[in-house]
Write a protein that binds this ligand. Structure first.
Ligand SMILES: Nc1ncnc2c1ncn2[C@@H]1O[C@H](COP(=O)(O)OP(=O)(O)OP(=O)(O)O)[C@@H](O)[C@H]1O
Length: 269
């Protein structure tokens, strides 16, 4: 399998503080990888570095090769074509991806148009509308026609996240980065969206970098997991052996905490 993303010795600093250090990993085409670790361990910054979206106050060094292009040190305008075509992202709060003043259909349609323009095509209104409906159906949104006409505040949080996933899918990226995409949702919606994402990524043959502090969630979607602690990658491996027989005491602690939480849920009245 060809390497889609290769991160080598990534370091991220701000104002003399090292936030991420010595992080190296790679993702092959179509591979689903989880990135886990407690809050503040550097997961989101690592994802932002891959997207070339670190805040101006931060400096990255090392190498991030996305689809053969170097992200570290690249100018923003050189990264624009890469975003969408090679990599797209879904974040915890879908409103980060959605414009509150634009109808859902218009927003998804805009991505469809941009994607077509990249291939040198200019689809007509009917074709764009048909693709928007197909995408909204693909993410299992009920009544896609109504959702397309709705503004973001007129649909539920779970439906907004499905719309954000539809926009990411419309780009047809080779790698999808999902940063805690279900954390803000109730447990049932969370399970539905995880199942949906896992199926979509598998069907489309996309790579997935799925970030979460929640081990069972990562085990649902990923084949391999990376464990971060205090800005460093401390363990990685196939999900099942990693969770069944963690080598690092920190991973062991994460697993034990997840098990204790599950047990508490089962015994709850
Ligand atoms: N804009 C910023 N300026 C300064 N420090 C920051 C900034 N963003 C994050 N950090 C720090 O960098 C470290 C890593 O943060 P990051 O958001 O990557 O963690 P995380 O593992 O994604 O946590 P969470 O699960 O809570 O999102 C933390 O110590 C955090 O306080």
């Amino acid at each position: 399998m060809s390497t889609l993303l290769s991160v080598e010795n990534l370091e991220i600093r701000t104002a003399g503080r090292v936030l991420v250090s010595g992080v190296s990993f790679s993702i092959t085409a179509g591979e689903r990888v989880g990135l886990i670790g407690e809050s503040g361990s550097g997961k989101s910054l690592t994802a932002l570095a891959v997207l070339g979206l670190l805040p101006d106050s931060m400096r990255a060094s090392g190498s991030v090769l996305m689809d053969g292009r170097q992200i570290v040190g690249a100018r923003d305008r050189d990264l624009v074509p890469l975003r969408g075509r090679s990599v797209a992202a879904v974040f915890q709060e879908p409103m980060t991806a959605l414009d509150p003043l634009m109808r859902i259909g218009g927003q998804v349609g805009e991505v469809v148009r941009r994607r077509a323009a990249r291939d040198g095509r200019k689809p007509g209104r009917a074709e764009v509308d048909a693709q928007v409906t197909a995408l909204l159906e693909r993410v299992a949104l009920p009544e896609p026609g109504r959702v397309a006409r709705a503004f973001p505040h007129e649909i539920s949080g779970g439906q907004r996240q499905r719309a954000a996933i539809a926009m990411a899918l419309a780009c047809r990226p080779k790698l999808l980065i999902a940063d805690e995409p279900t954390t803000a949702l109730d447990v049932t919606t969370q399970a539905e969206i995880l199942k949906l994402m896992e199926g979509l990524v598998r069907d489309e043959g996309m790579g997935l970098l799925f970030i979460s502090h929640d081990l069972p969630v990562v085990a649902t979607v990923a084949e391999r997991a990376l464990v971060m602690r205090r800005g460093e990658l401390i363990e990685e491996g196939a999900v099942e052996p990693l969770f069944d027989r963690p080598a690092h005491p920190y991973t062991e602690g994460l697993v034990a905490a997840a098990r204790a939480f599950d047990a508490a849920l089962e015994t709850a009245p």
